[in-house]
Design a protein around this ligand. Structure first.
Ligand code: NAP
Length: 308
C-alpha cells in the first residue's frame, strides 16, 4: 500500500523472493513483494520439476510457484504484479518505484533472478520443455538412452555435458569457435568421457521438430557446409544474464552478478540479495529458496539490531 513504510520490500517472485516473504511475514515483518508483470520467475517456464525436495513424483514448475505464492500470501505478504522501475537506496527509508507507484521500506531484498541466454534460432522458443532445455541437472533423466547436443564452450557447457553423459548415450558439444573458454580441468573431464564428442567451429542454425525436438540444422563456419543432424535434445549453455542492471548504486561484478557481502548484504546496509541474481554457481530452485530464507533471516536480524 502506498503511504506506509514496509519493513521489507522484496524485488522478485521466484523461489528466492517467495521463500524470503514466507520467512519475513512469519516473523511479523510487514512485507511487500514486487512480483513483476510476469511473476514467478524461470520455473513458470518449465514443465516437470523432479529435483525439488518433497515431491516424490515431481511437480509442474508453475504449480510449485503457485503453491509458494499462496504460502507467502497466507502469512500476510502483499504482492503487486508490477515491474520494478527504480530504487533510491541513498537515504532511509529506501524508495522503490514499481509501475507508477513509489513504496517506502526499511529493508530491501533483491531477488530478481537471472535469465538464460538463448541462441535465438528458429524453433528454440517453441520447443523449450519439449527437448530444448537450459538445465541438465533438472532434465537429464528425461534423456536416458538418447542423443543430445549441448551448445556453448564455457564451464557451464562442460558441466551440462558431463551431467548429461550419465544418462544419454551420446552427447555432442557444439561450439562456435575452435577452442573452449572453459577451465582446463573441466575440459580434461570432458575429453576423458567416451560419450562426449565436440563439434568445433559449428553453429546451430535451427532446431526442428513437431511437438518435440527431432533434429538440428548445423553449419560449419569454416567450410560453410550445413547438415541436418537427428537429435533428441538441445541444452543451451551459453551463459546467464542476471537481472541486476536496473539497480543504481548496488555493486556488481563484471558479469552483472550482485556482489554479496557478509550476511547476504549488498554494499548498501539494509539491502540484501538472494538467489540467481548473485549466484552464478548453483542456480537451482532449491538453492534460490535457501538463499531467500537466509536473506530474510538476516534482514530480520538487521532490523532488530537497528532498533537497538
Ligand atoms: P561463459 O563462460 O560466458 O561461456 C559462454 C560460452 O557460450 C562461450 O563459450 C561462448 O562462446 C558461448 N556463447 C555465448 N553466446 C553464444 C551464442 N550466441 N551462440 C553460441 N555460443 C555462444 O558462461 P558459462 O559457461 O555459463 O560460465 C559463466 C561463469 O560461471 C564462468 O565464470 C564459469 O567459470 C562459471 N562456472 C563455473 C562452473 C564450475 O566451475 N563448475 C560451472 C559453471 C559455470 P565464445 O567462447 O566463442 O565466446
Amino acid at each position: 500500500m502506498e503511504g506506509q513504510v514496509y519493513d521489507v520490500v522484496i524485488l522478485g517472485s521466484g523461489p528466492a523472493g517467495l521463500t524470503a516473504a514466507i520467512y519475513t511475514t512469519r516473523a511479523s515483518l510487514k512485507t511487500l513483494i514486487i512480483a513483476g508483470e510476469r511473476w514467478g520467475g524461470q520455473l513458470m517456464l518449465t514443465t516437470l520439476v523432479e529435483n525439488y525436495p518433497g515431491f516424490p513424483d515431481g511437480i509442474q514448475g508453475p504449480d510449485l510457484m503457485i503453491a509458494m505464492r499462496k504460502q507467502a500470501e497466507h502469512h500476510g505478504a502483499e504482492i503487486v504484479e508490477k515491474n520494478f522501475v527504480k530504487g533510491d537506496f541513498t537515504s532511509k527509508p529506501f524508495k522503490i518505484t514499481a509501475g507508477d507507484t513509489t513504496y517506502e521500506s526499511k529493508t530491501v531484498i533483491i531477488a530478481t533472478g537471472a535469465d538464460t541466454k538463448w541462441l535465438g534460432v528458429p524453433g528454440e522458443q517453441e520447443l523449450i520443455g519439449r527437448g530444448v532445455s537450459s538445465c541438465a541437472p533438472c532434465d537429464a533423466p528425461f534423456f536416458r538412452n538418447k542423443r543430445v547436443i549441448v551448445a556453448g564452450g564455457g564451464d557451464s557447457a562442460m558441466e551440462e555435458a558431463l551431467v548429461l553423459s550419465r544418462a544419454a548415450t551420446q552427447v555432442f558439444i557444439v561450439h562456435r569457435r575452435d577452442t573452449f573458454r572453459a577451465s582446463q580441468i573441466m575440459q580434461d573431464k570432458v575429453k576423458a568421457s567416451e560419450k562426449i564428442k565436440t563439434l568445433f567451429n559449428t553453429e546451430i542454425l535451427e532446431i526442428k521438430g513437431e511437438g518435440k525436438v527431432a533434429s538440428v540444422m548445423l553449419k560449419n563456419n569454416q567450410t560453410g557446409q550445413t547438415q541436418e543432424m537427428p537429435i533428441d535434445g538441445v541444452f543451451v549453455a551459453i551463459g546467464h544474464k542476471p537481472n541486476s542492471t536496473v539497480f543504481n548504486g548496488i555493486k556488481m561484478d563484471e558479469s552483472g552478478y550482485i556482489v554479496v557481502h557478509d550476511y547476504y548484504q549488498t554494499n548498501v546496509a539494509g539491502v540484501f540479495v538472494a538467489g540467481d541474481v548473485h549466484d552464478n554457481q548453483y542456480r537451482q530452485a532449491i538453492t534460490a529458496a535457501g538463499f531467500g530464507c537466509a536473506a530474510a533471516l538476516e534482514a530480520e536480524r538487521w532490523l532488530r539490531d537497528q532498533q537497538g
